[in-house]
Design a protein around this ligand. Structure first.
Ligand SMILES: [Zn+2]
Length: 1020
């Protein structure tokens, strides 16, 4: 019934629209009427195909129901052999690029720019389409936009800005198919480029004259080519299941759209560089997972707290205009509110939001390929809501052409509105930049300071380089300076002076669960920073991105938004284990400093003389690079702190012998490490640190999360073999090849890791063939379906028993626990815990464990519904907890009296055994009497790191019900046979953001055969 209603109503709209086509002139809002120019001939055949491939007339609009003809400019058909969005046609990246370059050749209104390459060396492009006049004056225009983008160049002069605005043409940047199974954008953008170059209708001509449209038709180029392979395989095997797209990019899948903070992927770097060098006003990213067009720009709260409020208005303006115009065209299912919150700045589009532009995102409806199929929606998708008065149809035949119609209609509508209001948006662009520069005086802070005496200069430089990639200017103090800062906690809170280098200061208002405490008056003190300290001034145009990354986040457990879309906390200083001081005192800007030119690098040094070389362990990730660069050299680790060469050295510090001092000195300088040469080794207990042979283990279910592990290893030049669970199932002597197996998070759960995919239907090959030239490569298999299996589990267990180290994380740690690979550890279910991609405080409970080497006594870790581990000294033993909360039994007396039986003297009960949440309960006499299930002391799980106490567990983000995980072990080392299983409750390697916790993993790797170092054994 609903469907019929739509059909009838919308037919009228189309008729109306058609009768308007051809009318020129302006409508009431100042934008020309949509529709073709009757004087320009159309490509009849192409236009006919558009209508043929569109499944209902109301899935068309007057903007795309025709294609203007050109005698000189080729249509997409030239390359596709059919029209854009035709069934069965998905072009490879080289075909899309070939077409864009044909356009460039044929039209003076198109220019193609190469904007970089991908991890697999495929090209990324940006295509500019605008009037001939605009295109010849690109550089003059860019110079004007650059002044608006950095108002310091015009002394924040509004009159000058107005003149620049009047003379400038704005840039609207569109990016397509970052998510590889969302396949429609390339053909939509090919056709859009053609329309913008060729169409003489007043509607399109106005856009062409008034806006420079910049198009990156494919963001994830590696993934696109693989997706086309998969689709072609599907076409060649009708009726069969096709292999799921296990790899999108070289490293990650949909998380390529969560990289705008860490900027570890080439696609993020290339798009960000393009956005910033072009001084674009808009970044509009295309996705395809919601029917039929969700302009999720407006979305839902909470909004990111660091954006300029002007931007929130711009979102509403363009978003609502989009809905309004497309609704008038009679296209159902167009809306802009929805469940997407705008809190996290990790999305690609957010490069614009925090660089004074406008971020936008469409979710249209794709079929993951170019088949035309019947699609049945869920009630959530088709129901009417207050913000979706004309919802999508419950069931409909849907084509790639429909999708292209929605994408192009939406974009043309947005471009038209943007053009009609271009002076407003250009002025806003200037104002947002100006207000960013004025930040120290208005919102604050004035600056973030990175102290010169941070004991982790490598980590400090790494974080500063991220800010540089974000376009931030970094300065360096040329003399000491003092500013007023928030008072540091009392020194008694700092315990181990040699080990603890964590800053005491920058935690603004550690959110305490007790909301009744009076807001304390801010106590301040003067703090001096040494010359050489880095300063990120907030009086710069891109201050907001620095503020957003370095500040703390707080998402209230009582926030009305319960469906959190993504991570809630990301404070980069905390995740990087770097000291960052938020300074609100504006006098900081008067300190003597100079702008840093070139990349920030830690200074590496080589001092002293002798043939023994020592390097302090400060968890600098470059230590790992160094170890593998000198693979065959003898490295040892000190098991205790020591002093030498007038310096203090932490546990785990390297003692190196038998290497050329020239080579080591060169490496130290390159990697920013400090080498001390001494005559004879320090007298401290040591063990060998081998360059362990590493395997990185993946499943054929999902490679998304372990991809972040690979990018970390590759970036640090740590060699590894990349193997699958199927390889493990086939190899009963893994020790012959590997010392360490890293089993990163899968996101599938233990049983599915063992089972793999169901063995129904046909085999699912993932390999390089003539039909699928882009599959395989990273890894390949004839059939993706088989999982680890019980033989694989057995091989893994034997690998550990024979001396190997298995590192397991989140669901792979669950697998180890569930299948008995880590006796003495159990996992408690949670009832109330809600921690959604937050940063939690953790404490080292055994600093003598090699896994703790180089760290202080606490560490901020990333946690997303972390596992709640319990330890036991018996196999399979749970852990009865909290005897202290046990109530006294019913009996005589008051609540705190002892009960006394009648007719005999009261007997003193032995004290209940007690243990902290991260410890195993001591064994009782009864358990030890016939200790069949008792784990011998040397094989009991050893907690290394635990979650903080409930009262100060949260560092940044959202935490509710934290008492359930507070105090529980976060990292556990379980000796099994001659080897070890290390279990992580948290994910230490995530999205290039958690660089401060990488060394928990690296320490385990380096000390794989000495993890028992420092261990104290207890019979009980
Ligand atoms: Zn997407």
């Amino acid at each position: 019934m609903l469907k019929r209603y739509f059909g009838a109503a919308l037919l009228v709209c189309i008729t109306l629209a058609a009768s308007q086509a051809g009318l020129t002139g302006q409508n009431s809002t100042g934008t020309p009427k949509p529709g073709r120019d009757p004087k320009q001939p159309i490509d009849e055949e192409y236009s006919k195909k558009i209508r043929e491939y569109t499944t209902e007339p109301f899935f068309l609009s007057p903007l795309v129901d025709y294609l203007p003809a050109s005698k000189t400019v080729p249509t997409p058909k030239e390359v596709l052999g059919d029209v854009a969005g035709a069934p069965g046609k998905l072009p490879y990246s080289h075909e899309v690029y070939r077409y864009m370059r044909m356009l460039e050749k044929a039209s003076p209104r198109v220019k193609v720019f190469s904007i970089g390459t991908t991890e697999e060396n495929r090209e990324m492009i940006a295509v500019a389409v605008t009037s001939e006049a605009n295109l010849t004056k690109l550089e003059e225009n860019r110079a004007r936009l650059a002044k608006l983008a950095d108002p310091r160049t015009i002394n924040l002069n509004d009159d000058e800005a107005d003149k620049l605005v009047a003379a400038s043409t704005p840039i609207y940047y569109i990016t397509g198919t970052i998510h590889s199974p969302e396949t429609g954008s390339p053909t939509a953008l090919m056709e859009l480029a053609y329309r913008l170059a060729v169409d003489e209708s007043p509607y399109v001509k106005a856009i062409r004259d008034g806006v420079i449209t910049l198009i990156t038709p494919i963001v994830e180029v590696d993934g696109r080519d693989r997706m086309v392979d998969v689709y072609n395989w599907h076409l060649a095997h009708p009726g069969e299941n096709w292999p799921p797209l296990i790899y999108w990019g070289h490293y990650v899948a949909h998380d390529n759209n969560r990289d705008a903070m860490g900027m570890t992927l080439k696609l993020t770097q290339n798009v960000a560089k393009t956005f910033m060098t072009w001084k674009a006003q808009v970044l509009h990213d295309l996705h395809e997972s919601v029917p039929y067009l969700y302009d999720n720009t407006v979305g839902d709260g909470p909004y990111n707290a660091w954006i300029d409020p002007i931007l929130a208005d711009e979102w509403q303006m363009i978003g609502w205009n989009n809905v309004s115009e497309m609704t008038k065209f009679g296209m159902p299912g167009v809306f802009t509110h929805g469940t997407f919150d705008t809190w996290s700045p990790g999305y690609l589009m957010f490069i614009a939001a925090l660089h004074n532009g406008i971020s936008r995102l469409y979710e249209t409806f794709g079929n993951a390929g170019a088949d035309t199929v019947e699609r049945t929606l869920t009630v959530e998708e088709y129901s009417r809501t207050w913000y979706r008065q004309n919802p999508p149809l419950p069931k409909v035949k849907w084509s790639q052409r429909n999708n292209n119609n929605y994408q192009e209609t939406g974009l043309l509508t947005a471009l038209s509105y943007f053009n009609a209001n271009s002076k407003l948006f250009l002025k806003n662009f200037y104002l947002k930049a100006k207000r960013s520069i004025e930040k120290p005086k208005t919102a604050g802070p004035a600056a973030y300071v990175f102290p010169a005496d941070d004991p982790r200069p490598g980590a400090q430089a790494e974080l500063l380089r991220v800010l540089q990639m974000q376009g931030c200017e970094i300065s360096r103090a040329t003399a000491p300076f003092s500013v007023t800062v928030k008072k540091k906690p009392a020194p008694s809170e700092k315990k181990d002076a040699t080990a603890d280098q964590k800053p005491a200061d920058p935690k603004p208002a550690d959110p305490k669960p007790d909301s009744k405490t009076e807001p304390k008056k801010q106590e301040t003190e003067t703090r001096q920073f040494a010359a050489g300290s880095y300063v990120v001034r907030m009086d710069q145009p891109y201050s907001r991105i620095a503020d957003a990354l370095l500040d703390y986040q707080y998402w209230s457990p009582n926030d009305p938004q319960k469906q959190v879309y993504d991570d809630t906390g990301w404070t980069f200083g905390e995740l990087g284990n770097v000291q960052v001081v938020r300074v609100t005192d504006v006098t900081v800007l008067n300190a003597a400093m100079e702008k840093v030119s070139g990349e920030v690098r830690a200074t590496g040094t080589y001092t002293g003389s002798g043939h023994v070389f020592i390097i302090n362990h400060n968890t600098d990730n470059a230590l790992m690079t160094l170890r593998y660069r000198f693979k065959n050299v003898q490295f040892e680790a000190a098991e205790e702190p020591f002093e030498a060469a007038g310096q203090k050295f932490n546990r785990g510090s390297f003692i190196i012998r038998g290497v050329s001092e020239t080579e080591l000195g060169a490496a130290a300088r390159e990697l920013g490490l400090k080498v001390f040469a001494i005559e004879s080794p320090p007298s401290v207990k040591t063990h060998a640190v081998k360059a362990a042979r590493i395997a990185m283990l993946h499943t054929w279910l999902s490679t998304q999360d372990e991809g972040w592990w690979r990018i970390a290893l590759d970036g640090l030049k740590i060699p590894y073999d990349y193997i699958s669970t199927q390889d493990v199932a086939k190899d009963n002597n893994l020790n012959a090849k590997y010392d360490v197996i890293l089993f990163g998070p899968v996101g599938a759960g233990p049983q599915r890791i063992v089972d793999g995919m169901p063995m129904n239907g046909n085999a699912l090959p993932w390999k390089t063939t003539d039909l699928t030239p882009n599959l395989g490569k990273l890894d390949s298999t004839d059939d993706m379906r088989p999982g680890l299996g019980f033989i694989g589990l057995d091989n893994l267990q034997n690998f550990v028993k024979r001396g190997g180290l298995l590192i397991s994380v989140m669901d792979t740690a669950s697998l180890a626990v569930q299948f008995g690979l880590s006796p003495g550890v159990s996992i408690a279910g949670s009832q109330r815990l809600k921690v959604v991609g937050s940063i939690l405080r953790s404490k080292f409970v055994d600093s003598t464990s090699p896994i703790a080497y180089g760290y202080g006594d606490s560490l901020s870790i990333y946690c997303d519904q972390g596992l709640i581990f319990n330890l036991s000294n018996t196999v399979g033993g749970g852990s009865p907890r909290s005897p202290e909360t046990r109530d006294r039994p019913t009996g005589r007396g008051t609540a705190d009296d002892p009960d006394t039986p009648q007719n005999r003297a009261s007997a003193e009960a032995p004290e209940d055994p007690k243990a902290e949440a991260w410890q195993a309960m001591p064994l009782t006499d009864e358990q030890r009497r016939n200790g069949i299930y008792v784990i011998p002391p040397a094989f009991r799980p050893r907690a290394v790191l635990r979650y903080g106490d409930a009262k100060d567990l949260l560092v940044s983000g959202l935490l509710d019900g934290g008492g359930e995980i507070a105090g529980h072990a976060a990292v556990i080392d379980v000796p099994v046979g001659s080897g070890h299983v290390v279990l992580f409750s948290n994910n230490p390697i995530w999205r290039g953001e958690t660089t401060g916790s990488y060394f928990l993993v690296f320490n385990a790797i380096l000390n794989f055969d000495n993890l028992n170092a420092g261990r104290k054994l207890d019979e009980k």
